[in-house]
Design a binder for this molecule. Structure first.
Ligand SMILES: Cc1cc2nc3c(=O)[nH]c(=O)nc-3n(C[C@H](O)[C@H](O)[C@H](O)COP(=O)(O)OP(=O)(O)OC[C@H]3O[C@@H](n4cnc5c(N)ncnc54)[C@H](O)[C@@H]3O)c2cc1C
Length: 486
């Protein structure tokens, strides 16, 4: 076996790459981490999760200020938002988290970090800044970029993506959002709350198209009530730069052509894997626009070259990237064959209310031909939600024929946190009776989890059969009020 420079080489220092690098280095593998940007952290830290959630929080506080009178407080006259201040707060949060993802920290863990743009020269070696570096195992974790669709005129019309939106010089007065996936919808609500007049253009008949329509429609109604204008069943024909404004021509479901104008266009129409610059075609690694061709152990056609994170083209989330990183550690470092299993991969869209999901929703269950029953509870019946002024939303629990949970969706305040209890339930195969009988603190939003399990079980507990048995053994005498009173 030839002597390689490194045991493992990782391309991309984002969520997936950092997970593999930290794990491999701490387990004693001679680890190389190559990142193209000056700083580690990837999209999640610099242009994704962290800035978006920081912005969403700022927008939420501003929204509460504007609605102070709904909480029994004096109405507040709020000043317009200076987006440069918002951007400063975003950068300050990124700076704190950056320390966890610094070159120094990874060096302390034992990984060698190199900045540059690598290209494979053969199956085991890359060319980087004029040097050739080889490794026994490689991991491709170069993430994804916003996909810019071939819309007529878009290449000549100024527009922004998630890479620019968190560092704008000022708050746009108007914004057209192309797309209605999680990124588009989170940003639409946040900017609308900050004072931008936002329009969203969506090709299909619902926003957040992976979600069940009833849940997504509730999110849409919240956005719409807050002032976001939504154009569903609308396709973008062309865009044009009008100087101070941009024009977007759309065709509605009724076949009408409408001209929309705004100061800014946000393109959020999906993602493309960052794979083009790595020389993969030269070494026979298969990929397309969405991602790498991988087996269940995340290996490419060359069994020593793995892929993790957004380059898999499957679940584009930071926690998915981390999970995939851990699968690679098992396979490549421990040599334990471990396959990915996304059955219970949770996710959340951080609108207010949030929409979180784990396992199958109704759309997925129908597509898979699975018989299921739905049990649900509404947040308007949860005491804490009412106290918080957050009574919108519900939980939906899907059970299969054997009455086992196959999926849970939660639409409500803090849904992303609430779904964590279900992460433990479904992964730990916890019985619904255990969840329903476990004491939860009162008053909490989390009681809705216990309650939906209890609603399902109460049908069994309070059945005629049980009542008959108790009457027979313990001589219970039935109703004391209402019909059939003795
Ligand atoms: C606006 C927005 C909000 C999001 N919010 C959430 C959220 O709330 N929760 C969630 O779970 N996910 C969220 N995501 C998704 C999340 O950011 C990604 O799924 C995650 O970052 C993927 O990790 P990764 O390691 O695959 O890619 P990245 O984190 O992007 O890392 C890839 C790294 O590779 C580097 N790279 C690229 N090309 C090369 C090259 N040729 N050579 C060397 N290095 C290269 C990049 O510079 C980058 O550092 C959000 C995404 C966006 C855009």
């Amino acid at each position: 076996m030839p002597g390689y420079d490194f045991d493992i080489g990782i391309l991309g220092g984002g969520s997936a790459g950092l997970t593999v690098a930290a794990g491999a280095a701490q387990l004693g593998a001679k680890t190389l981490l190559v990142e193209k940007e000056k700083e580690l952290g990837g999209d999640c830290l610099h242009h994704g999760c962290v800035p978006s959630k920081t912005l969403i929080r700022t927008a939420h506080v501003y929204h509460l200020m504007k609605n102070a009178n709904q909480f029994g407080l004096p109405a507040v006259e709020v000043k317009p938002v200076d987006f440069r201040e918002v951007a400063k707060r975003i950068q300050s949060v990124i700076r704190v988290i950056q320390k966890h993802d610094s070159e120094e920290r990874f060096c302390k863990l034992g990984a060698r970090v190199r900045i540059g743009e690598p290209r494979f020269v053969d199956e085991h070696a890359i060319r980087l800044n004029g040097e050739t570096l080889s490794a026994k195992t490689w991991v491709i974790a170069t993430g994804s970029s916003p996909s810019i669709p071939p819309i007529e005129g878009l290449d000549k019309t100024p527009h922004i993506t998630n890479r620019e939106i968190f560092s704008l010089e000022g708050l746009p007065k108007t914004m057209i959002v192309l797309g209605a996936g999680p990124i588009a919808i989170e940003m639409a609500q946040a900017f609308c709350r900050l004072g931008t007049r936002v329009s969203v253009i969506q090709r299909s008949n619902q926003i957040l198209s992976k979600e069940d329509k009833d849940m997504a429609d509730q999110v849409m109604h919240v956005l719409s009530n807050e002032g976001v204008v939504l154009h569903l069943n609308a396709s973008v024909i062309s865009t044009k730069d009008l100087g101070t404004e941009r024009e977007v021509l759309i065709k509605t479901g009724e076949g009408e052509t409408i001209s929309l104008k705004s100061e800014m266009i946000l393109v959020a129409m999906g993602r493309e894997a960052n794979l083009g610059a790595l020389g993969l075609q030269d070494i026979g690694v298969e990929f397309d626009r969405k991602g790498l061709t991988l087996d269940e152990r995340l290996r490419t056609g060359h069994k020593h070259i793995y892929g993790a994170g957004d380059v898999t083209g499957t679940y584009l989330f930071t926690h998915a990237a981390g999970y995939e990183g851990s699968i690679i550690i098992s396979n490549a470092i421990f040599h334990l064959p471990r396959k990915v299993n996304y059955t219970f991969l949770p996710w959340c869209t951080y609108t207010n209310p949030e929409l979180a999901s784990i396992g199958m929703n109704e759309k997925m269950a129908k597509a898979a031909g699975i018989e299921y029953s739905v049990w649900s509870e509404e947040f308007k019946d949860n005491d804490r939600s009412l106290a918080e002024g957050e009574g919108i939303g519900k939980i939906k629990m899907l059970l299969d024929e054997k009455e086992k949970p196959i999926g849970i969706q939660i639409l409500g305040s803090r849904a992303g946190d609430l779904v964590s209890e279900w992460v433990a339930v479904v992964n730990g195969k916890v019985k619904l009776s255990t969840l329903a009988s476990a004491v939860h603190p009162y008053p909490t939003l989390g009681e809705i989890n216990k309650r939906v399990a209890g609603t399902f079980l109460s049908n069994k507990i309070f059945s005629e059969k049980v009542k008959k048995g108790l009457r027979f053994f313990f001589h219970l005498r039935g109703r004391a009020c209402g019909q059939d009173v003795d």
